[in-house]
Ligand binder design. Structure first.
Ligand SMILES: C=CC1=C(C)c2cc3[nH]c(cc4nc(cc5[nH]c(cc1n2)c(C)c5CCC(=O)O)C(CCC(=O)O)=C4C)c(C)c3C=C
Ligand SMILES: [Fe+2]
Ligand SMILES: [Fe+2]
Length: 338
């Protein structure tokens, strides 16, 4: 039998369109213990995140962690939950909506979460069905790390493996030292510092932590964080403001990158710092780690140790500075495609 071409109006005939998929970490779908358990099971079963043999790790995860942490984390999520749901998901959706308006109808912009919903595979399928033959996968992590950036590409690779007719895929490189990113941070942080009702002695730059071992194994994350901090300090050009770089969110008993945000907050206050502002340049969007860990618990740690004025600055989120930067770095990667 002779093979037939698909008719031009067949749903499998693509339109040659281009898409951008913004991806962030993921979040539970409700601030309840069961939802958080589901999310943590998926997240913490990723071999890119927990790099110890599954035979050793799964009994610890299922026997201990998933029986204790979800209740505590659900309580933390309840403190930051919004009418639009999890802050991380709501802000990522808003970033996609604004980027769509900036790029116009010629490019389809969508968003996904690496863990939980909307899943990467589901959104890639939707983009393909909508006619995208070229897709830019954009993990919203300025600093590259195998546990965040690489696992997004893994998930896209799993989806690609199941496709007969694959779209062409590009990935957004890390942008930790991109002048557009540094400029966006400097202008947005500068604006927020100017609006505070006190003048901070210290600006703390808190990045998410990682096990120290990943640095020894060659992960560039630590170096990327340090470089962002150095370039940002230069761009801020505030000689009267002392900048301190730290790593937050330690998880488990292993040694993590240092200095730790919580210990440094207490140390600063104990050593006489009274006025401190904290920013989290590694997070593209405010989330549990900034809104609860820094803004609520970090404040308590600083004030209890003798600090007097404390402020947590917003992430770039869907504000003008961040969106101008995102449009610039995405357009650059789309060149030749649009
Ligand atoms: C921005 C970069 C991030 C890196 C690097 C990272 C590494 C990493 N994280 C964990 C464990 C947890 N992280 C959690 C939350 C969380 N982590 C990031 C980002 C990075 N993680 C974000 C944006 C969030 C917030 C998600 C949200 O819903 O708002 C959590 C879950 C929350 C909790 O129970 O405290 C865990 C657990 C590890 C082990 C790790 C590197 C190996
Ligand atoms: Fe994390
Ligand atoms: Fe945390």
């Amino acid at each position: 039998m002779q093979a037939q071409h698909l008719p031009p109006d067949h749903p499998l005939v693509r339109s040659g369109g281009t898409g951008v998929l913004l991806v962030n970490l993921g979040t539970p779908d409700a601030p309840e213990t069961a939802s958080v358990r589901r999310y943590l099971r998926e997240f913490l079963s990723d071999r890119r995140v927990i790099e110890i043999p599954q035979l050793v790790w799964q009994p610890i995860l299922r026997g201990i962690i998933l029986n204790t942490r979800p209740k505590k984390s659900a309580h933390a999520y309840r403190q930051v939950w919004t009418e639009q749901g999890s802050p991380l998901a709501a802000i990522t959706a808003r970033q996609a909506e604004k980027l769509q308006a900036m790029l116009g109808a010629g490019v389809r912009v969508d968003w996904a979460m690496r863990y939980g919903e909307p899943a990467i595979a589901e959104r890639l399928s939707a983009m393909q069905e909508a006619g995208c033959e070229r897709i830019l996968l954009a993990p919203l992590y300025p600093q590259y790390c195998a546990a965040t950036s690489a696992t997004v590409v893994d998930a896209a690779g799993d989806w690609l493996r199941a496709q007969r007719w694959q779209p062409a895929l590009r990935t957004l490189p890390p942008y930790h030292d991109d002048p557009a990113y540094i400029e966006a941070l400097a202008s947005d942080i500068g604006r927020q510092l100017g609006a505070l009702d006190f003048v901070p002695e210290v600006l703390m730059l808190s990045f998410h932590g990682m096990p120290k071992r990943t640095l020894d194994l060659g992960d560039p994350y630590h170096c990327h964080c340090r470089k962002t901090a150095r370039l940002l300090e230069d761009a801020l050009a505030r000689p009267g403001l002392r900048i301190v770089t730290t790593f937050q969110s330690r998880f488990g008993p292993a040694q993590w990158l240092e200095p730790a945000t919580d210990a440094t907050l207490a140390e600063e206050a104990a050593n006489g710092t009274r006025r401190l502002a904290i920013a989290a340049p590694g997070f593209a969007a405010d989330c549990l780690e900034t809104l609860e860990e820094l803004a609520i618990r970090g404040r308590e740690q600083f004030i209890e140790a003798g600090g007097e004025h404390f402020a947590t600055l917003d992430c770039l989120n869907a504000g003008d500075a961040g969106m101008t930067m995102l449009e610039a770095i995405v357009r650059r990667e789309l060149s030749g495609w649009i």
